[in-house]
Design a protein around this ligand. Structure first.
Ligand code: SF4
Length: 519
């Protein structure tokens, strides 16, 4: 079998593709507006940025709320950082399942008028950046399917790694697929399960698939939430008290969503756990066990918001520790510690405090740059980075600067930032990275360039230093990273992108293709 790895970061479908797909899609779901996107800020078509690694999705579910769709909207709004390509909300009113999804940001798709078309006291929602299946609206989630087990809506975060064999088996059994997304494979497995009850069928189906998945599912009268047995992606449960009635139960990829909903954090869904919420209350079962937990450590390094608690631990605390450990491992005399905003900020604060060097916002991020912009006729050198970041000259001029960032992917963006800081008059620029070198692609829901494109897979640290033109470069050690996220809970972490040691037995690489390839 030809081994094909991720080819790069997917772009967003252009207007004609979006509209063409949306027409196809209306046969089974409603579609909100499909805005025309000419260019994206985070590595989209034609961008000269070296993009960050991108998370695939965020999910949310609401049970028993009079404005379930609006609550799901708020939850997705708080999870927007986990995917900006498309979003969707499905609701149930005990009889029917409504489902609306569209291309773009949550706030662009779900206006008051659109939310008014989503009645019911239950909702699931999804915000997406795709890595598997094409990036068009057809594969936006939730997916609603009328199956032999009744109407089911499903949304998931992660990537299955044995979907090729599962899909082939289902097609032999007569399954007909409407999309190329992992979620539909799960629904088809449920539909084809010989188990008598729906909850048994879900447990049976989830035990047949391998890879990373945090799932929310909804029928006419029940909500389900589950995590894969390795526990790759986060998923938490929260609760809102209702005076004189049963509580509202909520699920979200990250606990920061609960704050906006004014929900109280209850607990993480356990790896291999399936939770069901109905009018009879909350029940749980362990459908998968016997594998070691391998939660994604990169969630702590970069993806999750610092105000979230994931895998039982505050992300802010982890990043602070990464910065402190980095200072202990690779301190260098300097005048100022400067984060690459926004994701480098928390680690930089920890570094500065540990090293006793002043922390300064020496790079300012333009928060008002939208996802789209008009490309100038004459391409300005380093335009993408300069549009997003600007140096504070008076803080940097004549200084020995320690720059803190959370990753180097291809190296081109890091070089632009180093040049920018030096161009603002810095005497020395020392780059410090709050995780080990990224040497291997991710197969568990993170969009990673191929190994050939990962600079650390092909160059020594000294080689990378020369390429990015820094005076010195150091990464946090793997031991240092693990130490930074370690606590009494003893959570097991996946570190495959730093080690090449994958926690699942095999990877059906042929099927894990980026969106751009499928378009
Ligand atoms: S390979 Fe890296 S990004 Fe992917 S799940 Fe493992 S730690 Fe996370």
């Amino acid at each position: 079998m030809t081994r094909r790895l991720y080819q790069g970061v997917a772009g967003v479908a252009d207007a004609s593709e979006s509209l063409r797909t949306s027409r196809n899609c209306r046969s089974f779901d409603s579609v909100a507006g499909a805005p025309s996107l000419r260019m994206t800020m985070d590595g989209g078509v034609g961008n000269d940025c070296d993009p960050k690694l991108r998370e695939e999705c965020g999910v949310v579910a609401i049970h028993n709320h009079p404005h379930a769709a609006r609550e799901a909207y708020l939850g997705l709004y708080a999870l927007q950082h986990r995917g900006q390509e498309s979003a969707g909300i499905a609701t149930a009113d005990g009889q029917h399942l409504a489902n609306i999804k569209g291309m773009g940001l949550v706030s662009e798709i779900f206006t008051d008028d659109v939310l008014a078309k989503l009645p019911g006291r239950m909702a699931i929602g999804h915000t997406r950046y795709s890595t598997t299946g094409d990036s068009a609206l057809l594969n936006a989630q939730p997916i609603r399917v009328d199956s032999t087990k009744g109407l089911i809506a499903i949304a998931h975060n992660g990537n299955l790694v044995n979907l090729g064999s599962a899909r082939a088996r289902l097609e032999r059994d007569g399954a007909y697929f409407q999309t190329t997304s992992d979620s539909e494979i799960i629904v088809q497995l449920i539909a084809h399960s010989p188990a008598g009850s729906l909850v048994d069928a879900i447990a049976d189906s989830l035990s047949q698939i391998e890879g990373a998945f945090s799932i929310v599912m909804m029928t006419r009268d029940r909500i389900f939430a589950a995590r894969d047995p390795h526990g790759f992606r986060p998923l938490s449960m929260g609760r809102m008290k209702n005076s004189g009635g049963p509580d509202t139960v909520v699920f979200a990829s990250e606990s920061c969503a609960f704050d906006l909903l004014r929900a109280e954090f209850v607990r993480d869904i356990l790896p291999g756990e399936l939770v069901m919420v109905s009018e009879d209350g909350v029940t749980s079962r362990q459908y998968g066990s016997g594998v070691l937990q391998s939660s994604c450590i990169f969630e702590h390094v970069y993806f999750a918001r610092p105000d979230s608690r994931i895998f039982g631990r505050w992300v802010q605390e982890s990043r602070d520790q990464m910065g402190r450990q980095l200072a202990r491992e690779s301190g260098v005399p300097a005048d100022v510690v400067v984060p690459v905003p926004d994701s480098g900020v928390t680690a930089a604060l920890g570094y500065a405090e540990e090293a006793g060097i002043p922390f300064r916002f020496g790079l300012i991020r333009n928060h008002y740059v939208g996802r789209t912009f008009i490309e100038p006729e004459q391409r300005v050198r380093d335009f993408g980075v300069r549009l997003k970041l600007n140096p504070v000259h008076n803080l940097l001029a004549g200084k020995r600067v320690i720059l803190i960032d959370d990753s180097i992917i291809r190296g081109t963006t890091s070089r632009k930032i180093v040049r920018m800081v030096r161009g603002a008059g810095a005497r020395e620029v020392h780059l410090r990275i709050s995780c080990p070198p990224t040497i291997s692609p991710c197969f568990y829901g993170v969009d990673t360039p191929s190994k050939q494109e990962l600079i650390a897979a092909n160059h020594s640290v000294e080689g990378i230093r020369q390429f990015i033109e820094a005076d010195s470069l150091a990464y946090l050690s793997l031991d240092g990273l693990l130490q930074s996220v370690r606590d009494e809970r003893n959570v097991g972490y996946c570190t495959a992108c730093y080690t090449g040691n994958y926690p699942t037995q095999w990877v059906d690489v042929e099927d894990i293709l980026p969106a751009a390839v499928a378009l």
